[in-house]
Design a protein around this ligand. Structure first.
Ligand SMILES: [Zn+2]
Length: 291
């Protein structure tokens, strides 16, 4: 058993490294499909509104540990020798991966539900990477535009269809879990993940919320958003800034927080002009004017 587990770990690492080479950021997973490394903060009292996303420098922050750097992938697996699989972070550059998870467990025909959505909303499901799950489900890999944050959702599109977006992850092919091995569907391994059809993308991104008249001061939530931008790794700077700016505009603190977000992004090395452009597009997408 121990030998089998070691082989499973070595295999998972090999698959994770090859995914990383394709630009997909990965983390080690345990047999339960959860991040293999436990939080270094698990014994600390819950923070007041500002959970650590890796700023402490230690591993164990779930999908926030995800990396394409082969040295860091090896280090994460070395810290989690019980890992038998790996997760692929969604929503990150360069692919901005979106996972369409077609479940079979609930007894619903989620593949038929997706075909029906496609007919109703006039899109076709492109040829793309398909991962087969041990329980008979399928994961379709799609890519999103860089300026759009797709949220995670479960059953919102249709029963049995879960979406893995920003902050979510997909179990990578070659992973072994308690229920079996994830594999790439024959003939799809060599395909690049296909762009998400625009009509499907519109269903995945929630409509902008109505404008809130108050509040006008950033407050604690503003500090949390600024902190989120400040602790971004190089590959996450723009995505995090965009996400934070969207939340700020949705909550009526966008104009008040724009300068602080720009400054935070500049601190992480993003040029000011790029930061301003990202905030402007976040304002536009949430139905606001930047100033
Ligand atoms: Zn931490």
């Amino acid at each position: 058993m121990a030998t089998t587990d070691r082989q499973a770990t070595a295999l998972a690492l090999a698959h994770a490294l090859s995914a990383a080479e394709r630009g997909l950021a990965v983390i080690p997973l345990s047999r339960t499909k959860l991040p293999a490394l436990r939080s270094p903060h698990r014994d600390e009292p819950a923070p007041a509104g500002r959970p650590c996303h890796g700023a402490c420098g230690r591993p164990g922050h779930g999908v926030y540990d995800a990396t394409t750097d082969p040295g860091r992938v090896r280090a994460l697996f070395a810290a989690a020798p019980w890992a038998t699989g790996y997760g692929i972070a969604c929503g990150l550059p360069p692919h901005h991966l979106i996972g369409v998870d077609l479940d079979t467990k609930s007894g619903t025909d989620s593949a038929a539900a997706l075909r029906e959505l496609a007919l109703r909303h006039l899109f076709t499901i492109p040829e793309t990477v398909v991962v087969l799950t041990p329980s008979g489900g399928r994961h379709l890999w799609l890519t999103g535009p860089p300026d759009t944050v797709v949220p995670n959702s479960a059953g919102r599109l249709a029963p049995g269809i879960d979406i893995r977006g920003a902050g979510g992850y997909l179990v990578g092919p070659g992973s072994r879990t308690d229920h079996g091995v994830y594999t790439v569907a024959p003939g799809t391994a060599q395909l690049p993940p296909a762009p998400c059809p625009p009509a499907l993308l519109r269903l995945l991104v929630p409509p902008p919320r109505p404008r809130h008249p108050a509040p006008t001061t950033p407050g604690d939530q503003g500090h949390g958003l600024v902190h989120f931008v400040l602790t971004a790794h190089e590959g996450q700077r723009n995505t995090r800034l965009f996400w934070a700016a969207c939340r700020a505009y949705e909550n009526g603190i966008g104009p008040a927080l724009a300068d602080a977000l720009t400054e935070a992004a500049r601190t992480t090395g993003l040029p000011e002009r790029e930061a301003r452009a990202t905030i402007t597009s976040a304002a536009r997408m949430t139905g606001h004017q930047a100033h």
